[in-house]
Design a binder for this molecule. Structure first.
Ligand code: SF4
Length: 397
């Protein structure tokens, strides 16, 4: 079972309440990025080349609590950057647990062995360890040898201390279905509580633009993987079966970007976790002022290849709530991996991409410099201007 029963029941109750109240847009998972700084520099990541002044920004404990109080989502997924570099992370996790939220703490695990005793096991708390495949696949994905071994060591340690542990696995166009299926077998045998899998999103700032999947390749890859695992029933996926069914090309969903609202050091990110096309000061402003119809597959060029869980899991869950019998059939019968695929959303009328990243970075830098001119000057001197790519650092704060 990928999702603990108590968690499934509480989230299910929340969903049914939202559905019955007729609320059109509601959040499911708060995506919190309390810092962008990381101790790795993965080729497929869009966040590693912010200037140092931005990488040095942190959301405070109060900012993090205000984010969940504002949006009310039942689940918080804390990512980054590397969350374990944030000195207040244990307090942030405790604050969310005290608010009865389910907390997923995503980490590359490099600091987990050192920091694990700052946290306590709880049914509402899960470590989500970044692992993009077997040793060769993962070390290649994170551009550093030895990271897979450290992650596996951390998984075993966390399990031995009674924590819930899942992995989050991002797949690119060089993923091989057979090898990925064997990897899922291996991590399942480690006693993992869950696997979250998603195709990589083509971040416009990622250094490696050659290995992102397009929609057709994504569906073929997931059919190939799921066919080797009894339609997905062999592995403890944390995602809904309907989302996996979508990845296998059996459903064509429009995305639900407000399902995973994202709070970063810039503010509430418009429109979603993957695209930073603008920022709102409050959750209400995000929900009320984002022009949602301008985004999504078929509406916007940058969305054309997206099938990422942060955009489509909420669509799948909504479909599940309104079609429980179909969802049950997929869950019990496994995901279909042969036959015709669902007709996808046409791309003929999508608007051209806007490239707005630099403007947001300049604006944020100006705010930081105005708030603390002396600190910014020190960074400029140390880093030769503060505009160059960040260097990975393994030092925790
Ligand atoms: S398809 Fe939706 S979730 Fe994906 S990038 Fe576009 S707006 Fe975001």
């Amino acid at each position: 079972m990928g999702i603990p029963l108590a968690q499934a029941a509480r989230i299910g109750t929340y969903l049914v309440k939202q559905h019955l109240s007729g609320r059109k847009r509601y959040p499911l998972v708060l995506m919190l990025e309390p810092l962008f700084r990381c101790n790795l520099a993965c080729a497929g990541c869009g966040k590693i080349d912010y200037p140092n002044e931005i990488l040095n920004q942190r959301l405070s404990v109060d900012d993090c609590m205000a984010a969940i109080d504002e949006c009310g989502a039942p689940v918080v997924s804390i990512a980054g950057g590397e969350p374990l570099l944030h000195k207040d992370m244990p307090e942030i996790v405790r604050g969310y647990l005290a608010r009865k939220k389910f907390v997923i703490l995503c980490t590359n695990a490099l600091l987990l062995t050192k920091k694990i005793d700052d946290y306590k096991p709880s049914p509402a708390f899960t470590w989500s360890i970044h692992l993009d495949g077997d040793q060769i696949m993962h070390d290649k994905s994170v551009c550093q040898d030895g990271v897979y071994d450290k992650a596996v060591e951390a998984i075993r340690l966390a399990k031995s201390k009674g924590f819930q542990v899942s992995i989050n696995c991002t797949l690119f166009n060089d993923a091989d279905p057979e090898r990925t299926a064997r990897f899922f077998d291996e991590v399942t045998a480690m006693g993992l509580d869950g696997i979250t899998v998603s195709p990589g999103y083509a971040y416009e700032r990622a250094p490696d633009q050659q290995h992102f999947l397009n929609r057709t390749k994504t569906k073929e890859l997931f059919r190939g993987i799921l066919a080797r695992g009894r339609g997905g029933k062999a592995w403890p996926f944390t995602q809904s079966r309907m989302f996996l069914n979508f990845l296998a090309g059996n459903e064509a969903y429009a995305c639900t970007p407000w399902g995973n609202p994202t709070r970063t050091v810039f503010g509430w990110q418009k429109p979603c976790y993957l695209l930073g096309e603008g920022y709102a000061k409050t959750f209400k402003e995000l929900m009320d002022d984002t022009e949602w119809d301008k985004y999504g597959v078929g509406n916007y060029e940058k969305c054309a290849d997206c099938m990422v869980h942060s955009g489509f899991e909420a669509s799948a869950v909504k479909h599940m709530v309104t079609n429980p019998i179909k969802a049950l059939a997929v869950t019990l019968g496994g995901i279909r991996t042969e036959g015709a695929m669902a007709k996808d959303i046409p791309l003929d009328n999508q608007r051209r991409a806007d490239y707005v990243f630099s403007g947001h970075v300049e604006k944020k830098l100006a705010e930081i410099r105005e708030a603390n001119p002396k600190a910014s000057r020190r960074i400029e001197i140390r880093h030769g201007g503060g505009q160059g790519p960040a260097q990975p650092t393994v030092a925790a704060e």
